[in-house]
Design a binder for this molecule. Structure first.
Ligand SMILES: O=C(O)C1=C[C@@H](OP(=O)(O)O)[C@@H](O)[C@H](O)C1
Ligand SMILES: C=C(OP(=O)(O)O)C(=O)O
Length: 472
């Protein structure tokens, strides 16, 4: 097993190791527990004008990670300065990378593939599954030991999906019961290359294995039966990694050749389609709206929501289609539309996995029934998003049936939601629940109370400001 540099004694039991290194939580900028803020989202005027949502979260995490592994200086424009991405930045700094703001850009001075250093304290991942799982992959093929901690939501999420493949590569884990955080990871150098077929459609698991492969001699292969977001593949190519993507027997196969240098890059991060989604649905639902959301990333592995909303009758036009930083981008013009319920093809789920909470809001005001299925993954996000949205929308006056793998929603036919005045959405530390129900409030007749808006800052720090901008 891997040799341990100074800092951790890998033979020590996990709780003791964590007690020694645990970062003081209250001082972390991404800890939401001390600043619970409830807010009542009131019926809105039409959404109009032009807005710009912040940078893509997935691309922002990856630009910091790949910049940290490159030899030299990368410049990132449009980085999302949300708490999740800042957790990634803090962890990479703790492992030797230099990451600083430079005007509106961010500069990353990398340590080279294989050059990450032993962190001297636990890596606090806050609320961020992407930070945790991708960084576990990076640490796995270095001779370092790290403890990963997170908030109450992240500490409930399953990590065995990453522990399993990374253990095959030789890394050793001491997770908390059920394969959760806090966990200790003892990396190994050299790790063993594997061929791994993903048992679950997850870009985080795919990326964790590929990132472990970067510092592993030989070829690490991931077989992806169901395609998921492909930012890791696209960006690694941009950073000069030796990576091949092909199709074999109908499945995507990705091969990364380890131990080759990454070159620094200038990355331009497009606007996040998962953040734009809240404004797309708000503009579709609030009568009189005509809103342009500029610079939205429309990578086909992320654009499922737009396809579904159009199939429901949503008036969404792509203006000025172009390429930004290797990703398709357009400005979206969205006009109020009367939506019709549909049966959502479960094959589309990976391309809109984070957008279901707000799709459920759209469905709650559509004409007729919307049926969703194949969504078991939503139960292991920041919250159980099927249960949380079923409860929240029922409180807001919608007709919902919760099934094991999806929701069935009977819409109002365009009429605003009319919840009881004292019902309150429970967000369960989940930014997407908070924002989806904010949209429900804008389209309601008497408002929707959200119990805790603090988690919104994990992915969309200026959400409230943009609502004001679009609604006035
Ligand atoms: O790779 C990524 O950047 C992400 C992958 C998705 O998670 P899964 O891989 O768990 O589906 C998504 O829900 C998350 O917000 C970001
Ligand atoms: C699931 C999400 O993020 P993560 O897995 O990074 O916490 C999300 O942003 O909706």
């Amino acid at each position: 097993m891997g040799t341990c540099r100074a800092g951790f004694n890998s033979a020590r039991a996990l709780p003791e190791a964590i007690a020694t290194v645990k970062a003081p939580h209250a001082s972390q900028p991404f800890d939401t527990r001390d600043r619970v803020t409830s807010f009542r989202f009131q019926p809105s005027r039409p959404l109009t004008g032009h807005i710009r949502v912040p940078g893509d979260k997935s691309i922002s995490h990856r630009s910091l990670m790949f910049g940290a592994l490159a030899l030299g200086r990368s410049r990132i424009s449009g980085l999302l300065e949300g708490e999740d991405v800042l957790a990634t930045a803090a962890a990479l700094r703790a492992m030797g990378a230099t990451i600083e703001r430079d005007g509106d850009d961010w500069l990353v001075d990398g340590v080279g593939v294989g050059g990450l250093l032993q962190p001297s304290a636990a890596l606090d991942m806050g609320n961020s599954g992407t930070s945790t799982r991708l960084l576990m992959g990076l640490v796995a093929s270095h001779a370092i030991t790290a403890v990963f901690t997170g908030d109450a939501s992240l500490s409930r999420r399953p990590m065995n999906r990453v522990i399993d493949p990374i253990s095959l590569m030789g890394a050793r884990f001491e997770p908390s019961p059920g394969g959760t955080l806090p966990l200790l990871l003892e990396g190994i150098e050299p790790a063993v290359p594997v061929t791994y077929r993903l048992p679950v459609a997850s870009a985080q698991v795919k990326s964790a294995v590929l990132l472990a492969g970067l510092n592993t001699p030989g070829v690490t292969t991931v077989i992806e039966p169901v395609p998921t977001r492909d930012h890791t593949e696209r960006m690694l190519r941009g950073f000069g990694a030796r990576i091949e993507v092909g199709k074999e027997d109908g499945e995507r196969v990705i091969r990364v050749h380890g131990r080759s240098d990454l070159k620094p890059c200038d990355v331009i991060v497009p606007g996040d389609p998962s953040s734009a989604a809240f404004f797309v649905v708000a503009a579709l639902l609030v009568p009189g709206s005509d809103l342009v959301i500029e610079n939205v990333g429309l990578n086909p592995t992320r654009a499922g929501l737009i396809e579904v909303l159009r199939a429901m009758g949503g008036n969404i036009k792509e203006l000025d289609q172009r390429e930004v930083g290797g990703e398709p981008v357009a400005d979206l013009r969205v006009r109020h539309s009367v939506l019709t319920g549909i049966s959502v093809d479960p094959a589309l789920a990976p391309s809109m996995i984070d957008e279901f909470p707000v799709l459920f809001v759209a469905a709650a005001m559509a004409e007729g029934r919307t049926v969703t299925s194949g969504l078991e993954e939503l139960r292991v996000k920041e919250s159980d998003r099927l249960a949380a949205m079923a409860a929240a929308l029922t409180g807001a006056g919608a007709q919902i049936e919760e099934r094991e793998d999806g929701l069935v929603i009977d819409g109002t036919g365009g009429a605003p939601l009319r919840g009881s005045a004292n019902s309150r959405t429970k967000t369960h530390l989940d930014h997407r629940i908070a924002m989806a129900m904010a949209v429900a409030g804008l389209a309601s007749s008497n408002g929707v109370e959200v119990d805790d808006t603090a988690p919104i800052a994990t992915s969309f720090p200026n959400f409230m400001t943009l609502i004001e901008e679009a609604c006035t």
